[in-house]
Design a protein around this ligand. Sequence first.
Ligand SMILES: [Zn+2]
Length: 81
Amino acid sequence: MKLLLWAGIIFAVIWIFRSKKSSAKMDIPKTPQAPQAQHEGAEAMLSCAHCKTYFPASEAVFNSSNSAFCSVEHRAQHIVH
Ligand SMILES: [Zn+2]
């Protein structure tokens, strides 16, 4: 009967060890995914060469000399002057 008890303990230890190992393995694919970049307000700001107003770089209008403008109108006006 003692042998059966020991066999049960050993089996329990192996089972706990195995379950710990498998849970550790399952944690590997769960690498924290970087949150999708939503940097509102973190966008680079450019100054209009005509009116000096700051605006997001994505809305910039560039002329042939690579100057940034807030709008097509200001780019056209800047060429005139
Ligand atoms: Zn402007």
